[in-house]
Design a protein around this ligand. Sequence first.
Ligand code: NAD
Ligand code: UDP
Length: 306
Amino acid sequence: MVAGGAGFLGTNLCRRLLADEGNHVVCLDNFYTGRRENIEPLLENLRFSLLEHDVTEPLTLDEAVDEMYNLACPASPPQYQKDPVYTTRVNVLGTLHLLEAARRIHAKFLQASTSEVYGDPVVHPQAEGYRGNVSCTGVRACYDEGKRCAESLAFDYARMYGVRVKVVRIFNTYGPYMDAADGRVVSNFIVQALRGEPLTVYGTGEQTRSLCYVDDLLTGFLRMMAAEDEFSGPVNLGNPEEYTVLELAEKIIDAVGSKSVIVHRALPQDDPKRRRPDISLAEKKLDWRPAVSVAEGLQRTVQYFS
Ligand code: NAD
Ligand code: UDP
């Protein structure tokens, strides 16, 4: 089961799982940010089914699910800040309900956590042992604190009920099936460059992000799900290739061959200044490291959007 299966990562994950003919995939989603058109082509596959459900409501499963991926949560800042109380409910109640379902049917449970649990980090790069610098009152708190609580619920379900949990902390990921309109940096810049519109760099553009291509990330998900039960994480998954937002804008203008110019817009509140994963743990425990360079991944993503 892929909860949040109609979103960016979820659509890619459903497709990746279906590529293995031994898998049957249930996509659970309420289309809050995900799109029906993403998964419509999959409905023809007899090994794929859709369960429309809002995870803030309890879930009774009558399907035999052996592995559950919890991706259900709006991930783009404008989307998760639109209704921050709902975002907290999705993270806390939603994760609780899915963990409860996993406990009843003895499913393994993978939680999609985030680099946002490190907040605006004062340690660089970020390893899993770093406890973070998160504002619990700011506009990002609904997401950051919600995800932190979801992690603690996962570990408590493991300790109290023996649920086999896996926690991955995802760093900025991009690729096909991103929503062109949800406001994230890679999709915004590519769409702006393709349309010949100015690229909107927030603030000076000196803030950094490290960008992972979706296929690499999903290899990490599958390795984590298959890892020994004793290894619950949390484990960072991301590409340590780090760029300033300004460098990223220039790369995308080049990749598209666009004549777009760069304009500056206000920096959103609490925007993290630097972010790069330390992936030593994933290398050691999962033999995982990204294989797709940012140059290559951007080309593939430009192709999708064009
Ligand atoms: P997305 O917004 O494209 O997908 C989220 C999906 O969850 C959507 O299909 C949405 O409809 C669904 N959803 C939201 N609320 C729901 C609810 N109450 N009930 C059922 N379904 C619901 O985001 P994404 O980029 O695909 O991210 C997927 C997961 O990975 C999220 O949990 C996100 O926090 C995490 N993550 C993503 C990134 C990234 O760079 N993409 C980075 C860190 C963490
Ligand atoms: N950003 C930007 N222009 C945009 C969208 C985002 O400069 O059109 C910046 C944003 O301020 C942040 C970075 O790009 O510094 C990554 O933003 P995104 O929303 O993709 O992810 P997050 O902030 O959650 O890492």
